[in-house]
Design a protein around this ligand. Structure first.
Ligand SMILES: Cc1cc2nc3c(=O)[nH]c(=O)nc-3n(C[C@H](O)[C@H](O)[C@H](O)COP(=O)(O)OP(=O)(O)OC[C@H]3O[C@@H](n4cnc5c(N)ncnc54)[C@H](O)[C@@H]3O)c2cc1C
Length: 299
């Protein structure tokens, strides 16, 4: 009998995991690393690079995350159907590192930017203590579409821009790149004390941009740093951009219009937007109004 496509086993790329806080560590003025463990992590398969996942954080007065269903067909309706007071908050984060300890335990690090006590994820991270349990939809196979960093085989240089929310992703990308990769990177952080020590290919040239303004003028500071830099000659650069949506839009335009980079070689993602919570961004995405990550988009 000949096998057909419909006989192939269906591999679910993502599923729910229960993450338990093992410990926290301050990395810089704005960054807190939360290390998670838990038995379900035995099935967690980060693809590395900028692998993202969705966290479900407990409502304000609850210790652990509770969802009526984690079944792939029913969880969404069940979650949406919860009352506003009880519904866990869904937020996107990056797997900074997944590892197995010498004792055989699985651990995952997530680096949270602490940006105040009024935003649910930032507040949750700032108060995280050992033993707290949250739920996440994460990768069950390493090749999955939440790894956005996908340079083509002929890439001869990597150019990157990240703000603090995308620094964990950028750091995880740098961790994985072969030693001889040519990298030019610009990392924007809120404070001098947020310049982290990063492992990177030997020739990586990193410029830190310490933010002088927290309003929309920040984009001008980034553009001026980019315009005054020479990223070096490259035939086929791959450009990876992630951070605040308005800045990303301007930075993408800079690379495509001012540096003539092929728009298909630019991978850009708005990780957050000034003045909008992730719920608002999701609502816009459902309504088809969100900016597209499609490399051919006219942004
Ligand atoms: C694929 C992906 C990966 C991400 N990875 C990470 C990561 O590893 N670490 C990380 O810290 N973030 C990461 N983010 C960004 C994070 O999801 C957002 O910052 C998110 O809005 C934080 O949720 P919140 O509940 O703290 O704030 P929200 O309730 O979503 O927002 C409340 C208010 O705070 C503002 N705001 C949101 N984030 C910031 C910020 N960093 N600084 C200042 N103001 C802010 C919003 O504009 C809004 O006005 C990622 C986002 C995506 C899409």
């Amino acid at each position: 009998m000949t096998a057909t496509a419909s006989d192939a086993p269906v591999v679910a790329h993502f599923r729910f995991f229960e993450l338990e806080v093992l410990r926290t560590r301050r990395l810089g003025r704005s960054f807190l690393r939360v290390t998670f463990g838990g038995e379900s992590l035995a099935g967690f398969r980060s693809g590395g690079f900028d692998q993202s996942l969705s966290l479900f954080l407990p409502a304000a007065d609850q210790e652990h995350t509770v969802l009526p269903s984690t079944d792939e067909d029913t969880w969404f309706a069940a979650w949406r159907g919860m009352s506003d007071e009880e519904r866990p908050v869904m937020r996107s984060y990056t797997v900074r590192e997944q590892r197995r300890t010498p004792e055989g335990a699985d651990e995952v690090d997530i680096d949270f930017v602490l940006h105040g006590d009024t935003s649910p994820a930032s507040r949750w991270a700032g108060r995280a203590v050992t033993g707290r349990r949250i739920l996440a939809i994460g990768p069950a196979v390493a090749e999955n579409k939440s790894v956005r960093f996908q340079p083509s085989a002929d890439t001869d240089a990597i150019w990157m821009y990240a703000d603090e929310t995308a620094l964990p992703a950028a750091a995880a990308i740098l961790d994985r790149l072969p030693a001889e990769t040519r990298v030019r990177a610009w990392f924007e952080v809120p404070h001098e004390e947020d310049r982290l020590d990063l492992r990177a290919p030997a020739d990586a040239d990193i410029t830190w941009i310490v933010r002088e303004s927290h309003g929309r003028e920040r984009t001008e500071q980034v553009l001026s740093a980019l315009r005054s830099a020479d990223p070096g000659a490259a035939e086929a650069p791959y450009v990876w951009l992630a951070g605040e949506a308005g800045t990303i839009r301007a930075v993408r335009r800079h690379f495509v219009q001012e540096r003539s980079v092929d728009r298909r070689a630019v991978r850009f993602t708005g990780y957050w937007r000034l003045g909008a919570s992730e719920e608002q961004l999701l609502a816009e995405a459902y309504a088809g109004k969100a900016p597209s990550e499609d490399p051919t988009s006219e942004l």
